[in-house]
Design a protein around this ligand. Structure first.
Ligand SMILES: [Zn+2]
Length: 377
């Protein structure tokens, strides 16, 4: 599908390895994306994908915003002071020139693997206080599509990924909403964007209530393909919602998320990425039914029919970039090379220490070595 040229910031891109830039950047340029936010996540072998994200920002300082993941090591080493350590780490991230924080910790499969206390536990309090006081932008992944908890309704591909959460060993989605809303009640000004429409695309009244209650809360449009099937059921009602909350919705695609899940050498798949752009843009811009011309692994192929809501240009501009500017600011922060090198050194020590303690994880320091070389350069 051909789209009109517009200013676009993709607020949600994963960058699983420093070698992916050669595919990612030309593809996004070709697709007309002006700037992007790389959201980084913890990693088992490399501990953190932050060095990769910073390296990309080093190469394209005016194009890339970085949302740094939290350092999860306190959860294992000093859980009783983890919240304070997270709060201090926010300062470290800002010092490096990171633009915001990304939390993947509310994804049930991740939460199961890490000893994460409830988000409204007093242990987390210093961290939330810091985030609210400093108005640090946060992109927060909380829950997953609600059908993943239901053995009757979960799609086959999700079950294959190990995302069936109904066996009692995963966090309950309503319990997690409760925890996060408690945090927002304590800090109603938290500068937060919930990824994937907060997984409430089938419950718009409920999402509207939260948006009314918390003035700094936003949601992103990152698929979650269930969102676009849900949106297609009642396009008129959905269009009204988008008009009403036009200041609170941010464009994003999750490009790179697929590569993040592979065990072998990650690479960004162009066709799958273009399908992500296509489904979101066509939904916002097309008037009436559409099918995808690109093939994506969770998009149901060319047979799936979606409904576009054809928003006015002024609303599209807000969703494509103005709301992101309000959330984060107009330009990426300057990088502090010395602070980044310090952090790389710290990560290197930690990776080697974990590799000695748990050799089966096979610690991998390649990313920090690369980033260190670039920023010492
Ligand atoms: Zn994501």
């Amino acid at each position: 599908m051909e789209f009109r040229k517009r200013r676009i910031i993709d607020a949600h891109v994963h960058y699983p390895h420093y070698s992916c830039g050669v595919t990612l950047m030309p593809m996004l340029a070709e697709a007309g994306v002006n700037q992007l936010a790389v959201v980084s996540t913890p990693d088992e072998k490399r501990l953190s994908l932050l060095p990769d994200a910073l390296h990309l920002k080093g190469l394209y300082p005016h194009k890339i915003f970085v949302f740094g993941n939290l350092d999860i090591s306190p959860l294992f080493m000093a859980p009783e002071i983890a919240g304070q350590t997270f709060a201090n780490y926010v300062d470290d991230l800002m010092e490096m020139g990171v633009d915001g924080v990304k939390m993947i910790e509310g994804k049930p499969a991740i939460r199961k693997r890490l000893p994460i206390p409830d988000f409204d536990d007093p242990l987390f309090a210093p961290y939330w206080e810091k985030m609210a006081d400093t108005q640090t932008p946060l992109i927060f992944h909380v829950n997953d599509p609600e059908e993943f908890w239901d053995p009757e309704k979960i799609p086959a591909w999700a079950r294959e990924m190990g995302w069936h959460y109904g066996d009692g060993t995963f966090v309950d989605n309503e319990d997690q909403y409760r925890q996060v809303l408690n945090v927002l009640d304590r800090h109603p000004i938290l500068n937060v964007t919930f990824a994937h429409f907060f997984f409430l695309s089938a419950q718009l009244e409920r999402l509207g209530e939260y948006l009314d209650r918390y003035p700094n809360m936003r949601v992103d449009l990152t698929p979650g393909i269930e969102m676009y099937s849900n949106f297609s059921k009642d396009p008129e009602k959905v269009r009204d919602f988008f008009i009403k909350y036009q200041d609170r919705i941010i464009y994003g695609t999750d490009i790179g998320a697929r590569a993040l899940m592979t065990d072998c050498m990650p690479s960004i798949q162009v066709e799958e990425s273009l399908a992500r752009i296509e489904v979101v843009r066509a939904f916002l811009e097309v008037d009436g039914p559409f099918t995808l011309t690109h093939e994506g692994f969770l998009f149901g192929g060319s047979k799936a029919v979606f409904q576009g809501i054809h928003l006015p240009d002024a609303v599209l501009d807000k969703i494509y970039f103005k709301n992101f500017w309000k959330f984060v600011g107009g330009r990426p922060k300057l990088l502090n090379f010395d602070a980044i090198v310090d952090e790389c050194q710290r990560l290197e020590l930690m990776i080697n220490a974990i590799a000695r303690l748990e050799p089966e994880l096979g610690g991998d320091t390649s990313s920090v070595t690369m980033a260190k070389a670039f920023f010492t350069g």
